[in-house]
Design a protein around this ligand. Structure first.
Ligand SMILES: NC(=O)c1ccc[n+]([C@@H]2O[C@H](COP(=O)([O-])OP(=O)(O)OC[C@H]3O[C@@H](n4cnc5c(N)ncnc54)[C@H](O)[C@@H]3O)[C@@H](O)[C@H]2O)c1
Length: 441
Protein backbone atom coordinates (compact mmCIF):
# COMPACT_ATOMS: atom_id res chain seq x y z
CA UNK A 1 0.00 0.00 0.00
CA UNK A 2 1.05 3.61 -0.44
CA UNK A 3 1.37 5.29 2.91
CA UNK A 4 2.19 8.82 4.02
CA UNK A 5 3.35 9.34 7.62
CA UNK A 6 3.21 12.93 8.87
CA UNK A 7 5.69 13.61 11.68
CA UNK A 8 8.93 11.63 11.94
CA UNK A 9 9.27 11.57 15.73
CA UNK A 10 9.36 8.52 18.00
CA UNK A 11 6.02 7.23 16.69
CA UNK A 12 6.12 8.37 13.05
CA UNK A 13 9.66 7.25 12.30
CA UNK A 14 9.24 3.84 13.91
CA UNK A 15 5.82 3.29 12.28
CA UNK A 16 7.07 4.48 8.88
CA UNK A 17 10.12 2.21 8.98
CA UNK A 18 8.08 -0.77 10.18
CA UNK A 19 5.32 -0.30 7.56
CA UNK A 20 8.03 -0.10 4.89
CA UNK A 21 9.58 -3.26 6.28
CA UNK A 22 6.20 -4.98 5.81
CA UNK A 23 6.50 -4.22 2.08
CA UNK A 24 4.58 -0.95 1.81
CA UNK A 25 5.81 2.22 0.12
CA UNK A 26 6.13 4.88 2.80
CA UNK A 27 6.67 8.60 2.44
CA UNK A 28 7.69 10.10 5.79
CA UNK A 29 7.04 13.83 6.01
CA UNK A 30 8.32 16.29 8.57
CA UNK A 31 8.19 20.07 8.56
CA UNK A 32 11.53 20.06 10.40
CA UNK A 33 13.86 20.23 7.40
CA UNK A 34 16.96 19.49 9.50
CA UNK A 35 15.41 16.17 10.57
CA UNK A 36 14.62 15.30 6.96
CA UNK A 37 18.14 16.18 5.88
CA UNK A 38 19.59 13.99 8.65
CA UNK A 39 17.33 11.08 7.67
CA UNK A 40 18.27 11.43 4.01
CA UNK A 41 21.92 11.24 5.13
CA UNK A 42 21.32 8.02 7.07
CA UNK A 43 21.40 9.75 10.45
CA UNK A 44 18.69 8.98 13.01
CA UNK A 45 17.57 12.02 15.02
CA UNK A 46 16.48 9.94 18.05
CA UNK A 47 17.89 7.01 20.00
CA UNK A 48 15.78 3.90 19.61
CA UNK A 49 17.39 0.44 19.64
CA UNK A 50 17.40 -1.21 16.20
CA UNK A 51 15.92 1.80 14.39
CA UNK A 52 19.05 2.85 12.54
CA UNK A 53 19.43 -0.55 10.86
CA UNK A 54 15.73 -0.77 10.01
CA UNK A 55 15.61 2.71 8.49
CA UNK A 56 18.80 2.10 6.50
CA UNK A 57 17.57 -1.23 5.11
CA UNK A 58 14.22 0.15 3.96
CA UNK A 59 15.67 3.43 2.70
CA UNK A 60 18.12 1.52 0.52
CA UNK A 61 15.31 -0.70 -0.79
CA UNK A 62 13.52 2.46 -1.97
CA UNK A 63 10.37 1.69 0.05
CA UNK A 64 11.05 4.37 2.68
CA UNK A 65 11.52 8.00 1.69
CA UNK A 66 11.89 11.22 3.66
CA UNK A 67 10.63 14.60 2.53
CA UNK A 68 9.26 17.95 3.67
CA UNK A 69 6.78 18.04 0.80
CA UNK A 70 3.45 17.15 2.43
CA UNK A 71 1.40 18.09 -0.61
CA UNK A 72 3.08 15.62 -2.98
CA UNK A 73 3.29 12.90 -0.31
CA UNK A 74 -0.45 13.08 0.38
CA UNK A 75 -1.27 13.11 -3.31
CA UNK A 76 0.82 9.97 -3.86
CA UNK A 77 -0.62 7.97 -0.93
CA UNK A 78 -3.85 6.13 -0.12
CA UNK A 79 -3.44 6.08 3.65
CA UNK A 80 -2.20 9.05 5.68
CA UNK A 81 -1.07 8.65 9.27
CA UNK A 82 -0.96 11.77 11.43
CA UNK A 83 1.87 11.21 13.94
CA UNK A 84 2.59 14.75 15.10
CA UNK A 85 3.01 15.76 18.75
CA UNK A 86 0.09 16.56 21.08
CA UNK A 87 1.86 18.20 24.04
CA UNK A 88 0.10 19.81 27.00
CA UNK A 89 -1.34 23.20 26.09
CA UNK A 90 0.64 26.12 27.51
CA UNK A 91 -2.48 27.70 29.05
CA UNK A 92 -4.43 24.67 30.29
CA UNK A 93 -4.05 20.97 30.99
CA UNK A 94 -5.67 20.03 27.69
CA UNK A 95 -3.75 18.53 24.78
CA UNK A 96 -2.54 21.18 22.36
CA UNK A 97 -3.90 20.15 18.97
CA UNK A 98 -2.30 22.88 16.89
CA UNK A 99 0.04 20.44 15.09
CA UNK A 100 -2.78 17.99 14.40
CA UNK A 101 -5.10 20.68 13.02
CA UNK A 102 -2.33 22.24 10.95
CA UNK A 103 -1.57 18.81 9.47
CA UNK A 104 -5.30 18.25 8.79
CA UNK A 105 -5.60 21.58 7.03
CA UNK A 106 -2.51 20.86 4.92
CA UNK A 107 -3.85 17.41 4.05
CA UNK A 108 -7.20 18.87 3.00
CA UNK A 109 -5.51 21.09 0.44
CA UNK A 110 -3.76 18.07 -1.11
CA UNK A 111 -6.55 15.50 -1.38
CA UNK A 112 -6.88 14.50 -5.03
CA UNK A 113 -8.69 11.13 -4.64
CA UNK A 114 -10.11 9.01 -1.79
CA UNK A 115 -7.83 9.03 1.27
CA UNK A 116 -7.96 7.28 4.61
CA UNK A 117 -6.70 9.76 7.19
CA UNK A 118 -5.64 8.10 10.42
CA UNK A 119 -4.75 9.72 13.73
CA UNK A 120 -1.97 7.74 15.37
CA UNK A 121 -1.17 10.71 17.57
CA UNK A 122 -2.87 10.53 20.97
CA UNK A 123 -5.79 12.91 20.58
CA UNK A 124 -8.66 13.90 22.89
CA UNK A 125 -12.06 12.37 22.28
CA UNK A 126 -13.87 14.06 19.38
CA UNK A 127 -10.67 15.22 17.65
CA UNK A 128 -11.60 12.96 14.70
CA UNK A 129 -14.86 14.93 14.34
CA UNK A 130 -12.90 18.21 14.36
CA UNK A 131 -10.43 16.97 11.75
CA UNK A 132 -13.36 15.93 9.60
CA UNK A 133 -14.83 19.45 9.88
CA UNK A 134 -11.51 21.03 8.88
CA UNK A 135 -11.25 18.85 5.79
CA UNK A 136 -14.92 19.36 4.87
CA UNK A 137 -14.16 23.05 4.43
CA UNK A 138 -12.19 22.12 1.31
CA UNK A 139 -13.21 18.61 0.24
CA UNK A 140 -16.40 16.55 -0.07
CA UNK A 141 -17.09 13.74 2.41
CA UNK A 142 -16.87 11.04 -0.26
CA UNK A 143 -13.16 11.89 -0.78
CA UNK A 144 -11.93 10.91 2.69
CA UNK A 145 -12.54 9.02 5.90
CA UNK A 146 -11.03 10.02 9.26
CA UNK A 147 -10.10 7.06 11.46
CA UNK A 148 -8.54 6.71 14.92
CA UNK A 149 -5.76 4.13 15.28
CA UNK A 150 -4.00 4.92 18.57
CA UNK A 151 -0.43 3.79 19.00
CA UNK A 152 0.70 1.80 22.05
CA UNK A 153 4.43 1.36 21.35
CA UNK A 154 6.90 2.07 24.15
CA UNK A 155 10.09 4.01 23.56
CA UNK A 156 13.07 1.73 24.00
CA UNK A 157 11.00 -1.28 22.82
CA UNK A 158 9.30 0.50 19.94
CA UNK A 159 10.20 -1.78 17.05
CA UNK A 160 9.31 -4.96 18.91
CA UNK A 161 6.07 -3.35 20.12
CA UNK A 162 5.14 -2.31 16.60
CA UNK A 163 5.86 -5.77 15.19
CA UNK A 164 4.19 -7.69 18.00
CA UNK A 165 1.42 -5.46 19.33
CA UNK A 166 -1.01 -6.83 21.94
CA UNK A 167 -3.84 -5.15 20.11
CA UNK A 168 -4.60 -2.99 17.11
CA UNK A 169 -7.51 -0.63 17.70
CA UNK A 170 -9.28 0.94 14.76
CA UNK A 171 -11.96 3.52 15.46
CA UNK A 172 -14.31 3.88 12.52
CA UNK A 173 -17.88 3.02 11.59
CA UNK A 174 -16.95 2.60 7.91
CA UNK A 175 -16.68 -1.17 7.39
CA UNK A 176 -14.90 -0.87 4.02
CA UNK A 177 -12.24 1.36 5.50
CA UNK A 178 -11.82 -0.90 8.54
CA UNK A 179 -11.30 -3.83 6.16
CA UNK A 180 -8.59 -1.95 4.28
CA UNK A 181 -6.76 -1.02 7.49
CA UNK A 182 -7.09 -4.59 8.70
CA UNK A 183 -5.38 -5.80 5.54
CA UNK A 184 -2.53 -3.32 6.16
CA UNK A 185 -2.03 -4.88 9.60
CA UNK A 186 -2.65 -8.46 8.40
CA UNK A 187 1.02 -9.56 8.82
CA UNK A 188 0.86 -8.52 12.49
CA UNK A 189 -2.58 -10.05 13.05
CA UNK A 190 -1.26 -13.34 11.62
CA UNK A 191 1.47 -13.26 14.28
CA UNK A 192 -1.12 -12.98 17.04
CA UNK A 193 -2.11 -9.31 17.42
CA UNK A 194 -5.74 -8.82 18.45
CA UNK A 195 -7.66 -6.58 16.07
CA UNK A 196 -10.61 -4.58 17.40
CA UNK A 197 -12.72 -2.00 15.71
CA UNK A 198 -14.73 0.46 17.73
CA UNK A 199 -16.40 3.78 17.13
CA UNK A 200 -13.96 6.62 16.65
CA UNK A 201 -14.51 8.26 20.03
CA UNK A 202 -14.06 4.96 21.88
CA UNK A 203 -10.76 4.36 20.09
CA UNK A 204 -9.57 7.84 21.06
CA UNK A 205 -10.52 7.18 24.68
CA UNK A 206 -8.97 3.68 24.80
CA UNK A 207 -5.52 5.26 24.46
CA UNK A 208 -6.04 7.75 27.30
CA UNK A 209 -7.71 5.19 29.54
CA UNK A 210 -4.82 2.74 28.97
CA UNK A 211 -2.12 5.28 29.80
CA UNK A 212 -4.06 6.58 32.80
CA UNK A 213 -4.47 3.03 34.11
CA UNK A 214 -0.74 2.34 33.84
CA UNK A 215 0.07 5.65 35.53
CA UNK A 216 -2.40 4.70 38.25
CA UNK A 217 -0.58 1.41 38.82
CA UNK A 218 2.68 3.32 39.24
CA UNK A 219 1.18 5.82 41.70
CA UNK A 220 -0.59 3.00 43.52
CA UNK A 221 2.63 1.08 44.12
CA UNK A 222 4.37 4.30 45.17
CA UNK A 223 1.62 4.90 47.72
CA UNK A 224 2.09 1.36 49.02
CA UNK A 225 5.89 1.96 49.12
CA UNK A 226 5.28 4.92 51.42
CA UNK A 227 3.15 2.73 53.64
CA UNK A 228 5.86 0.02 53.58
CA UNK A 229 8.40 2.55 54.88
CA UNK A 230 6.11 3.47 57.76
CA UNK A 231 5.27 -0.12 58.67
CA UNK A 232 8.59 -1.88 58.06
CA UNK A 233 7.47 -3.97 55.06
CA UNK A 234 9.47 -4.28 51.85
CA UNK A 235 7.86 -3.05 48.62
CA UNK A 236 9.80 -5.51 46.43
CA UNK A 237 8.36 -8.43 48.36
CA UNK A 238 4.91 -6.86 48.50
CA UNK A 239 4.93 -6.22 44.72
CA UNK A 240 5.92 -9.81 43.92
CA UNK A 241 3.21 -11.13 46.19
CA UNK A 242 0.60 -8.82 44.67
CA UNK A 243 1.71 -9.22 41.06
CA UNK A 244 1.49 -12.99 41.06
CA UNK A 245 -2.29 -12.62 41.15
CA UNK A 246 -3.23 -12.58 37.43
CA UNK A 247 -6.04 -10.13 38.17
CA UNK A 248 -3.35 -7.65 39.29
CA UNK A 249 -0.37 -8.61 37.11
CA UNK A 250 3.30 -7.98 37.83
CA UNK A 251 3.87 -5.20 35.26
CA UNK A 252 4.13 -1.60 36.43
CA UNK A 253 4.50 -2.50 40.08
CA UNK A 254 7.99 -1.05 40.43
CA UNK A 255 8.08 1.57 43.14
CA UNK A 256 10.36 4.52 42.45
CA UNK A 257 10.50 8.19 41.63
CA UNK A 258 7.39 8.05 39.49
CA UNK A 259 6.44 8.22 35.84
CA UNK A 260 7.68 10.75 33.31
CA UNK A 261 8.14 10.89 29.57
CA UNK A 262 6.26 12.26 26.65
CA UNK A 263 3.02 10.34 27.27
CA UNK A 264 1.85 9.53 30.82
CA UNK A 265 2.14 13.03 32.35
CA UNK A 266 0.42 14.81 29.48
CA UNK A 267 -2.17 12.09 28.86
CA UNK A 268 -3.31 11.82 32.50
CA UNK A 269 -3.60 15.63 32.60
CA UNK A 270 -5.52 15.73 29.31
CA UNK A 271 -7.93 12.98 30.38
CA UNK A 272 -8.66 14.78 33.66
CA UNK A 273 -9.19 17.97 31.68
CA UNK A 274 -11.60 16.23 29.27
CA UNK A 275 -13.60 14.91 32.22
CA UNK A 276 -13.67 18.26 34.07
CA UNK A 277 -14.77 20.08 30.93
CA UNK A 278 -17.85 17.86 30.89
CA UNK A 279 -18.60 18.50 34.56
CA UNK A 280 -17.11 15.27 35.91
CA UNK A 281 -14.71 15.23 38.88
CA UNK A 282 -11.86 12.80 38.09
CA UNK A 283 -10.65 12.37 41.68
CA UNK A 284 -8.58 9.28 41.06
CA UNK A 285 -6.66 10.92 38.20
CA UNK A 286 -5.90 13.95 40.39
CA UNK A 287 -4.56 11.68 43.14
CA UNK A 288 -2.42 9.82 40.61
CA UNK A 289 -0.84 13.12 39.56
CA UNK A 290 -0.37 14.33 43.16
CA UNK A 291 1.31 11.08 44.22
CA UNK A 292 3.58 11.27 41.19
CA UNK A 293 4.61 14.85 41.96
CA UNK A 294 5.54 13.78 45.53
CA UNK A 295 7.42 10.68 44.29
CA UNK A 296 9.77 12.78 42.17
CA UNK A 297 10.91 14.92 45.04
CA UNK A 298 11.16 12.13 47.56
CA UNK A 299 14.84 11.59 46.71
CA UNK A 300 15.58 15.24 47.61
CA UNK A 301 14.01 14.72 51.05
CA UNK A 302 16.02 11.53 51.47
CA UNK A 303 19.23 13.38 50.59
CA UNK A 304 18.43 15.97 53.25
CA UNK A 305 17.73 13.25 55.81
CA UNK A 306 21.09 11.66 55.10
CA UNK A 307 23.38 14.62 54.35
CA UNK A 308 21.82 17.20 56.67
CA UNK A 309 19.01 19.65 56.00
CA UNK A 310 21.28 22.02 54.08
CA UNK A 311 22.48 20.62 50.79
CA UNK A 312 24.51 23.77 50.17
CA UNK A 313 27.86 22.85 48.56
CA UNK A 314 27.06 19.13 48.68
CA UNK A 315 27.97 17.32 45.48
CA UNK A 316 25.26 15.04 44.14
CA UNK A 317 25.65 12.69 41.17
CA UNK A 318 22.61 11.68 39.14
CA UNK A 319 22.90 8.20 37.67
CA UNK A 320 20.64 8.49 34.63
CA UNK A 321 18.77 11.37 33.01
CA UNK A 322 16.35 9.91 30.46
CA UNK A 323 12.81 9.32 31.72
CA UNK A 324 13.41 5.59 31.32
CA UNK A 325 16.17 3.28 30.04
CA UNK A 326 16.86 2.70 26.33
CA UNK A 327 15.76 6.13 25.19
CA UNK A 328 17.27 9.60 24.96
CA UNK A 329 13.84 11.19 25.52
CA UNK A 330 14.04 13.86 28.22
CA UNK A 331 10.43 15.05 27.98
CA UNK A 332 9.04 15.30 31.54
CA UNK A 333 12.02 13.30 32.84
CA UNK A 334 12.08 13.31 36.68
CA UNK A 335 15.82 14.08 36.46
CA UNK A 336 15.05 17.66 35.37
CA UNK A 337 12.93 18.50 38.40
CA UNK A 338 15.33 16.73 40.77
CA UNK A 339 18.37 18.56 39.34
CA UNK A 340 16.63 21.95 39.48
CA UNK A 341 15.49 21.41 43.07
CA UNK A 342 19.02 20.37 44.12
CA UNK A 343 20.50 23.43 42.42
CA UNK A 344 17.96 25.60 44.29
CA UNK A 345 19.23 24.01 47.51
CA UNK A 346 22.79 25.09 46.62
CA UNK A 347 24.08 21.62 45.68
CA UNK A 348 26.58 20.94 42.91
CA UNK A 349 24.84 18.62 40.48
CA UNK A 350 26.70 16.19 38.24
CA UNK A 351 25.04 13.72 35.91
CA UNK A 352 25.70 10.77 33.65
CA UNK A 353 23.47 8.93 31.18
CA UNK A 354 24.50 6.42 28.50
CA UNK A 355 22.60 8.21 25.69
CA UNK A 356 20.57 11.19 26.91
CA UNK A 357 23.36 13.70 27.66
CA UNK A 358 23.01 15.62 24.35
CA UNK A 359 19.24 16.04 24.91
CA UNK A 360 19.76 16.88 28.60
CA UNK A 361 22.44 19.47 27.82
CA UNK A 362 19.89 21.44 25.78
CA UNK A 363 17.60 21.65 28.82
CA UNK A 364 20.21 21.93 31.59
CA UNK A 365 23.33 23.46 30.00
CA UNK A 366 25.02 24.37 33.27
CA UNK A 367 25.44 21.09 35.11
CA UNK A 368 28.54 18.92 34.81
CA UNK A 369 28.13 15.86 32.58
CA UNK A 370 30.45 12.94 33.29
CA UNK A 371 31.70 10.49 30.67
CA UNK A 372 31.02 7.43 32.79
CA UNK A 373 29.60 6.47 36.20
CA UNK A 374 33.06 6.40 37.82
CA UNK A 375 33.87 9.94 36.72
CA UNK A 376 30.40 10.90 37.94
CA UNK A 377 31.07 9.47 41.39
CA UNK A 378 34.29 11.48 41.85
CA UNK A 379 34.01 13.58 45.03
CA UNK A 380 30.25 13.05 45.27
CA UNK A 381 28.64 13.14 48.71
CA UNK A 382 25.78 11.09 47.35
CA UNK A 383 24.60 9.37 44.20
CA UNK A 384 20.96 9.17 43.13
CA UNK A 385 19.75 6.42 40.79
CA UNK A 386 17.28 8.25 38.55
CA UNK A 387 17.07 5.89 35.54
CA UNK A 388 17.37 2.12 35.83
CA UNK A 389 19.81 1.56 32.95
CA UNK A 390 21.18 -2.00 32.98
CA UNK A 391 24.77 -0.75 33.10
CA UNK A 392 24.08 0.81 36.53
CA UNK A 393 23.10 -2.60 37.88
CA UNK A 394 26.57 -3.94 37.03
CA UNK A 395 28.78 -1.18 38.42
CA UNK A 396 32.04 -1.91 40.21
CA UNK A 397 30.74 -0.62 43.53
CA UNK A 398 34.18 -0.72 45.15
CA UNK A 399 35.50 1.68 42.52
CA UNK A 400 32.42 3.87 42.95
CA UNK A 401 32.89 4.07 46.73
CA UNK A 402 36.60 4.85 46.37
CA UNK A 403 35.81 7.71 43.97
CA UNK A 404 33.14 9.24 46.20
CA UNK A 405 33.70 11.69 49.03
CA UNK A 406 30.68 10.35 50.91
CA UNK A 407 28.94 6.98 50.86
CA UNK A 408 25.22 7.66 50.34
CA UNK A 409 23.27 6.05 47.51
CA UNK A 410 19.64 7.06 47.07
CA UNK A 411 18.25 4.27 44.92
CA UNK A 412 15.31 5.96 43.23
CA UNK A 413 14.59 2.87 41.12
CA UNK A 414 15.30 0.10 43.64
CA UNK A 415 17.97 -1.53 41.48
CA UNK A 416 20.36 -2.46 44.29
CA UNK A 417 20.19 -4.90 47.14
CA UNK A 418 20.19 -2.82 50.35
CA UNK A 419 22.00 -5.59 52.23
CA UNK A 420 24.76 -5.82 49.64
CA UNK A 421 25.30 -2.06 49.59
CA UNK A 422 25.39 -1.95 53.38
CA UNK A 423 27.99 -4.71 53.47
CA UNK A 424 30.10 -2.79 50.97
CA UNK A 425 30.11 0.29 53.18
CA UNK A 426 27.35 2.40 51.61
CA UNK A 427 24.41 4.10 53.24
CA UNK A 428 21.58 2.98 50.96
CA UNK A 429 18.07 4.40 50.81
CA UNK A 430 15.57 2.77 48.51
CA UNK A 431 11.90 3.50 47.90
CA UNK A 432 9.72 1.45 50.26
CA UNK A 433 12.55 -0.84 51.33
CA UNK A 434 12.54 -2.37 54.81
CA UNK A 435 16.32 -2.78 55.00
CA UNK A 436 17.10 0.92 55.39
CA UNK A 437 20.87 1.10 55.85
CA UNK A 438 20.75 4.70 57.03
CA UNK A 439 19.58 3.36 60.39
CA UNK A 440 22.29 0.68 60.64
CA UNK A 441 25.52 1.37 62.51
N1 LIG B 1 6.58 8.74 22.07
C1 LIG B 1 5.86 7.68 22.41
O1 LIG B 1 6.32 6.75 23.05
C2 LIG B 1 4.40 7.59 22.00
C3 LIG B 1 3.74 6.37 22.10
C4 LIG B 1 2.40 6.30 21.71
C5 LIG B 1 1.76 7.44 21.23
N2 LIG B 1 2.44 8.61 21.18
C6 LIG B 1 1.74 9.79 20.65
O2 LIG B 1 2.15 9.98 19.29
C7 LIG B 1 2.23 11.37 18.97
C8 LIG B 1 3.61 11.70 18.49
O3 LIG B 1 4.53 11.49 19.53
P1 LIG B 1 6.11 11.51 19.30
O4 LIG B 1 6.74 11.19 20.59
O5 LIG B 1 6.45 10.69 18.09
O6 LIG B 1 6.31 13.08 18.92
P2 LIG B 1 7.62 13.82 18.45
O7 LIG B 1 7.57 15.17 19.03
O8 LIG B 1 8.81 12.96 18.67
O9 LIG B 1 7.44 13.95 16.84
C9 LIG B 1 6.48 14.74 16.24
C10 LIG B 1 7.03 15.18 14.88
O10 LIG B 1 5.97 15.80 14.12
C11 LIG B 1 6.53 16.84 13.34
N3 LIG B 1 5.45 17.73 12.90
C12 LIG B 1 4.65 18.52 13.63
N4 LIG B 1 3.74 19.15 12.85
C13 LIG B 1 3.97 18.73 11.57
C14 LIG B 1 3.35 19.00 10.31
N5 LIG B 1 2.31 19.83 10.19
N6 LIG B 1 3.86 18.42 9.21
C15 LIG B 1 4.91 17.57 9.31
N7 LIG B 1 5.51 17.25 10.49
C16 LIG B 1 5.06 17.83 11.59
C17 LIG B 1 7.56 17.47 14.29
O11 LIG B 1 8.50 18.24 13.60
C18 LIG B 1 8.14 16.23 14.96
O12 LIG B 1 9.28 15.75 14.26
C19 LIG B 1 1.80 12.10 20.25
O13 LIG B 1 0.44 12.36 20.19
C20 LIG B 1 2.07 11.08 21.34
O14 LIG B 1 1.26 11.28 22.47
C21 LIG B 1 3.74 8.72 21.52
Amino acid sequence: MKICVIGTGYVGLVSGACFADLGNTVLCVDKNVDKIEMLNNNQIPIYEPGLEELVKKNYLSGRLKFTSNLNLSVKNSDIIFICVGTPTHKKSNSADLKYVFKAASEISASINKFKIIITKSTVPVSTGDKIEKIILKKKRKRLFEVVSNPEFLREGEAIRDFRFPDRIIVGSNNKKVVKKIKSLYEPLIKKGANFFYTNRRSAELIKYASNAFLATKISFINEIANICEALGADIKEVAVGMGSDPRIGEAFLDAGIGYGGSCFPKDVKALAHMASEKGRHPQLLHSVMDINADARLKVVHMLKENLGQSLNDKTIGLLGLAFKPNTDDMREAPSIEIALRLIECGANVRAYDPVAIPSARRIMPDIFYAENPYELATNCDALVVVTEWNEFKQLDLEQILTSMRGNVIIDGRNIYSPEELYERGFVHRGIGRSYDTSTKS
